[in-house]
Each structure stands twice: as structure tokens, then as C-alpha cells.
Design a protein around this ligand. Structure first.
Ligand code: SF4
Ligand code: SF4
Length: 360
């Protein structure tokens, strides 16, 4: 145990991560030489000491029942001395130093309905947010769309036939608890109308100064309406972000007719070849169409197929588009340029530090 851990006087915060590392990782911490992908969903890390650590990656839902987590724990106990982890994109990974455990583990995962794959030049599981199941400001669902898109693309998860890595994310509003700003394809729920004000109840449900201060574009100001203290919204300034609804339930955002989904492309987190990139708007609006979201599923499949057919080896979606130019990408994808594509924050974006490369 490190000195810092030994000196902890409270139990605030998460437990120290060292307690959960598999012994092979603890022993070889910072001393790994390289890794190899053995087959779809299976890789091995080689340490300087000669130790090997095998990883089996499987698709997992993001919203998990306790029963499902217990099943994962049983598999980890059976094959991996009790160790498994979740990746930042919600894949579940089982870690073992015994190569003979790989095939029986894969067979058990498949029996439970968990495809194995997502490593290297493949689609990884889709990171997503709460959606209608939990969050009040959601403009679309999360789990439902992700299930439909992954059902459609599952062959791309189980094989390694894509030009490069493919990372898809979903956030159900533009506050984006998901990684939509930095994914090859991002599915983003959007509101398209300003909040509807319940003036009769606003003073009872909300604090007017907090509601006014919640707006990032200063579109809300105190006002007296029908003799009652309330607020007004300058609609031209509203970007439909739903921040106000978060602090004031009398400023309703959800709108079954106008809420829907936009598709963004070209983001990445990795520093490989070029620095990380932000996603940019491709398709401004698709309707909410549960339970299988055919419009979203088809749009994502078309983008994946187009990139798979035209990109060079290892070229991520954004790198490919930058090489061929955005106008050409729009043409190839059959996307009409609309007013929503005009990027008024363009120069702000260029000033953000996106790279871990430091210059002095
Ligand atoms: Fe809620 Fe928006 Fe986060 Fe979705 S992305 S969980 S709607 S804050
Ligand atoms: Fe302001 Fe966002 Fe509310 Fe519009 S939705 S009024 S931009 S806080």
C-alpha cells in the first residue's frame, strides 16, 4: 500500500484503485512492453518480466441489473481469479494470465448472449447516457437506440474488417454526459424549441434568480406576467440546451413533436497520427421513432459503410473526411448542407487545447 493510502483518515472518495488491480498488473506496473491482438476480442499484453496478461472483451449493456453483475463475477471467479473490468465505452473485459481459460470463457460468454469482439479495427460497444429511463432533460432515448444500432452493426463488432477503430457514442441531450464530442460517429438528442413557461406555477416551483442565471446565452430574464413574478425567454438567443429546465421544472423542454436526434462525425480521443478532434454536425435532425429507430439505424449504417469502403488503413472517420474534404464527404454521404451546419463557435473550437503534445 502506498504511503498516501496508508495516511488516509476518512473514507471519502472512491477506494484506492491499487486494491483492485490483478496481481499481474500490480507486479508489472509501468513495465509493459507491447500488446498483440490474437483474434477478435482477445489480446495479450507482454511485460518486461516475461509475464503475459490475456484480455477477453465482450459487449455489455450499460444499464446492468445486479443479477447480470453477479453473472460477470461468477465468470471472473471461474476463469480470472475474480478480476474483470469495464472499459470507458462499456465493454466488459476479463483479465487472466492463463491462456487455457480463453476458449471456455468465450464459450460461456456466448452462451449468456454476450458477443466477443470490439478490439482493434472494429466497432467498440457504444458509450451512452441515461435516456428516457432516468434523465428529465432527455430529448431522445439512449439504451433503445444503442440496442437497435448495435443489433444492426454487430458483425462489425465481432470482426476486425474495418479500416480503423470505430467509436460511436450517444448522448440524449447536448449537455452530453456521453463522449459525443470526441467519437467517430455521435448520436445526439436535440430539443428544437425554447422552453414552455408555466407562469402560474413558476414562482412556486423555482427561484427566479437561479432560473435566470442558469442560461448560458443569457436568454432568460425576470418578468412580471399576468401580475405574477416569473421569467421571460428571448427566443432568438435560446439554443435549446435545457439547462433552465434542470433548475426550474416550470420551464418544460420535452416536446414529443419536435425533439429528435442529430448525427455528428469525425471526433476522436486518440493522439495517434493527428491530435484529438471534435465531432462535427452531419445530419441535423432525425425523428424519434421507438422502439427500433429505423431512421437513426440506417443513417449510422450508411456512414459506417461509406467510411469502410473509402478510408485508408488505420484512417479514423475524421482523418478520412479531412483528407477528402468536408464538401466531398457531404456529397458522398448524400447530406444536404443546411443552415444548422454553420458553425458559429468555430474559432472558439480552434483555441481549445486538444492534444497531450506540449509545446513551449
Ligand atoms: Fe440527461 Fe442530457 Fe445527460 Fe442525457 S445527456 S443523461 S438528457 S443531462
Ligand atoms: Fe437558455 Fe438553454 Fe433554457 Fe434556452 S434552453 S432558455 S438556452 S437555458
Amino acid at each position: 500500500m502506498t504511503q498516501a493510502v496508508a495516511e488516509r483518515r476518512t473514507d471519502f472518495g472512491p477506494p484506492q484503485y491499487e486494491r483492485f488491480l490483478p496481481p499481474a498488473i500490480k507486479k508489472n506496473y509501468g513495465k509493459w512492453k507491447y500488446h498483440e491482438i490474437l483474434k477478435p476480442g482477445v489480446m495479450v499484453h507482454h511485460a518486461e518480466s516475461g509475464d503475459k496478461l490475456f484480455t477477453v472483451r465482450a459487449a455489455s449493456g450499460r444499464l446492468l441489473s445486479i443479477d447480470k453483475i453477479r453473472l460477470y463475477c461468477d465468470l471472473a471467479d471461474k476463469y480470472c481469479d475474480g478480476y474483470f473490468r469495464f472499459t470507458s465505452r462499456h465493454n466488459v473485459e476479463f483479465l487472466t494470465d492463463k491462456s487455457e481459460n480463453i476458449e471456455p470463457l468465450i464459450a460461456d460468454l456466448k452462451k449468456l448472449g454476450h458477443p466477443v469482439g470490439g478490439i482493434g479495427n472494429a466497432i467498440s460497444a457504444i458509450v451512452h447516457t441515461q435516456g428516457w429511463i432516468h434523465c428529465h432533460s432527455a430529448a431522445t432515448d439512449a439504451s433503445g437506440i444503442v440496442q437497435s444500432v448495435m443489433d444492426d452493426l454487430i458483425g462489425r463488432f465481432e470482426q476486425r474488417e474495418l479500416p480503423g477503430k470505430l467509436r460511436i457514442a450517444l448522448a440524449c441531450c447536448l449537455n452530453m454526459c456521453g463522449a459525443v464530442h470526441c467519437s467517430d460517429i455521435a448520436i445526439l438528442g436535440i430539443h428544437r424549441r425554447p422552453p414552455k413557461l408555466d407562469h402560474a406555477n413558476l414562482k412556486k416551483l423555482c427561484e427566479i434568480p437561479s432560473a435566470s442565471a442558469s442560461c448560458p446565452t443569457a436568454a432568460i430574464r425576470p418578468a412580471t406576467v399576468n401580475g405574477l413574478p416569473s421569467v421571460e425567454v428571448i427566443e432568438e438567443k435560446c439554443m435549446f440546451c435545457a439547462n433552465c429546465f434542470t433548475v426550474c421544472p416550470a420551464m418544460k423542454m420535452n416536446n414529443p413533436l419536435n425533439d429528435g436526434v442529430s448525427i455528428w462525425v469525425g471526433g476522436k480521443v486518440s493522439n495517434a497520427r493527428v491530435e484529438p478532434m471534435f465531432s462535427k454536425l452531419a445530419i441535423p435532425y432525425l425523428p424519434n421513432n421507438p422502439p427500433r429507430w429505423p431512421e437513426v439505424t440506417e443513417a449510422v449504417r450508411n456512414l459506417v459503410d461509406l467510411w469502410a469502403k473509402n478510408a485508408r488503413k488505420y484512417e479514423r472517420m475524421g482523418e478520412w473526411i479531412n483528407r477528402i474534404s468536408w464538401p466531398k464527404f457531404f456529397k458522398m454521404a448524400g447530406i444536404q448542407f443546411q443552415k444548422e451546419h454553420i458553425d458559429d463557435f468555430r474559432h472558439a473550437g480552434l483555441t481549445f487545447k486538444r492534444s497531450t503534445h506540449l509545446t513551449f
